[in-house]
Design a binder for this molecule. Structure first.
Ligand code: GDP
Ligand code: IMO
Ligand code: MG
Length: 423
């Protein structure tokens, strides 16, 4: 299949990094097309863990080029650190990485504003990653953003930056927060600009030519569908659209050129940040799953909230994205439970309701309808063939696939690249 997209179908951290790396093995291009360094994607090779926040997770493969297209917002400092880390690991990105001039920038005042808003919200905080994501995207839509394109003409950039930073500093002062130093930040931006500009390219042409030549292109979605700006229980959202439509707006590839949509589903639920989570678990069971699964944020290190698999939510994600196949991850983490549950629907005041009709108030009150499954005791980390999985495990997987009406492509049973069960 020439053009495929990988999407997280829950609240993020489904294992998109691992699966992108795996599927990118024979891809010509791997593309990040929305979001910023609020994303944290992990790839494990041998006994080494690699964390990606902006660079596409498929960069390790020799013949795969990496693209950061227009929908992504860039914190240049974070991007340069990632480039330097890769260099230390022996991966040179010079002839591999391309960045669209249309990418908007995350600037120092965006981060300061994100933190100031979160602190001012107090107990009603949203739990953002404080990476400046919301403020940068809001400048984009209010015509106040600065793009990689603007860096090309440094004098013009400085004028625009000073204008914006002075206004932002006034807002920061109303929060009682120290303003940012315009002069210091410009010195740093100038240094970053020199290193970034050689990567800038008309990514639109590259991708559309590649699609016409039937090259394999893999789009790496970030976050999860439940965090989509329009389709989440807003304001408990991230500031980009995470649904598959973003492939078109965020990269310039016509949506009809996308051949396949692959959804990633963690075998249970996790989320970082605030907001309703209908199947949330508390206490010893949640703690045990969190510890076993290493469920701590890849970006912020925060403990992730844990819940049973929410198939009402995942069914919505499959529908809105027209998902062709799913990959189920972290199945190994569920070994050793006497029984497990999946949510097959919600009720509100005794009435059946769907995810799509709920705002955050309703979603906080819905009661999940659960189906209970017997668990399995065996460790499944070393299983590679479907028939070798415990019967209870196969029942669990078969129920999920049947309920969603979507085929399972394969199952991930460990963080390592090779820890996968073929169907
Ligand atoms: P992403 O944001 O969707 O790329 O996911 P993260 O990288 O933030 O979090 C997923 C975590 O689970 C990472 O630490 C992965 O290395 C790990 N992981 C991925 N798949 C599996 C799996 O099947 N089993 C186990 N035990 N860990 C996995
Ligand atoms: P990956 O790509 C998990 C969540 C934040 C917060 C909300 C808004 O690794 O799956 P933001 O900083 O985006 O304004 O925060 O969105 N969030 C994620 N949670 N994984 C992610 O990315 C996330 N990206 C954003 O925790 O609740
Ligand atoms: Mg993550």
């Amino acid at each position: 299949m020439p053009a495929e997209s990988v999407l997280g179908l829950q609240w993020g951290d489904e294992g998109k990094g691992k699966i992108t790396d795996l599927l990118a093995q024979n891809a010509d291009f791997v593309v990040r097309y929305h979001g910023g360094n609020n994303a944290g994607h992990t790839v494990v090779t041998g006994n080494k863990k690699h964390f990606f926040h902006l660079i596409p997770s498929g960069i390790f493969h020799k013949n795969t080029k990496a693209i950061i297209s227009n929908g992504v917002i860039l914190d240049l400092g974070v991007l340069l650190n990632e480039i330097d880390t890769l260099k230390k690991e022996g991966i040179r990105v010079n002839n591999k990485l391309m960045i669209s001039p249309r990418c908007h920038l995350i600037l120092p005042y965006h981060k300061a504003l994100d933190i100031a808003y979160e602190n001012a919200r107090g107990k009603k905080k949203l739990g953002t990653t404080k990476r400046g994501i919301g403020p940068s995207y809001s400048d984009k839509v209010s015509y106040n953003g600065l793009r990689v394109y603007d860096l090309i003409n440094w004098n013009d950039f400085c004028g625009k930056y000073r204008f914006q930073a002075k206004i932002k500093n006034k807002i920061l002062k109303t929060f009682g927060v120290k303003p940012i130093s315009i002069a210091k930040s410009l010195i740093e931006l100038k240094r970053q600009r020199t290193r970034i500009l050689p990567f800038v390219k008309d990514v639109f042409e590259v991708l559309n030519n590649a699609a016409a030549a039937k090259k394999k292109i893999l789009f790496e979605g970030a976050h999860g569908i439940m965090l989509d700006l329009d389709w989440s229980p807003y304001p408990y959202a991230t500031a980009s659209n995470t649904v598959v439509g973003s492939v078109n707006t965020g990269s310039g590839l016509p949506i009809r050129s996308l051949d396949r949509v692959i959804g990633i589903v963690k075998a249970f639920t996790s989320r970082v940040g605030e907001g309703p989570l209908p199947t949330e678990l508390h206490g010893r069971l949640a703690d045990a799953i969190r510890e076993r699964g290493g469920e701590y944020g890849t970006t912020t290190g925060r403990p992730r909230r844990i819940g049973w698999l929410d198939l009402e939510a995942v069914r919505f994600s499959c529908k809105i994205n027209n998902v062709d196949e799913i990959v189920i991850t972290k199945l190994d983490i569920l070994s050793g439970l006497l029984e497990l549950k999946v949510c097959t629907g919600y009720t509100l005041n005794g009435r059946k309701v769907h995810y799509s009709e709920c705002g955050y108030n309703e979603l906080a009150k819905v009661k999940p309808v659960y189906k209970t499954f017997p668990g399995w005791m065996d460790d499944v980390v070393s299983v590679r063939k479907y028939k070798d999985l415990p019967k209870e495990c196969r029942n669990y997987l078969e129920f999920i696939s049947k309920f969603l009406g979507v085929k399972i492509k394969f199952v991930s049973v460990g963080a390592d690249r090779n820890a996968n069960v073929k169907m």
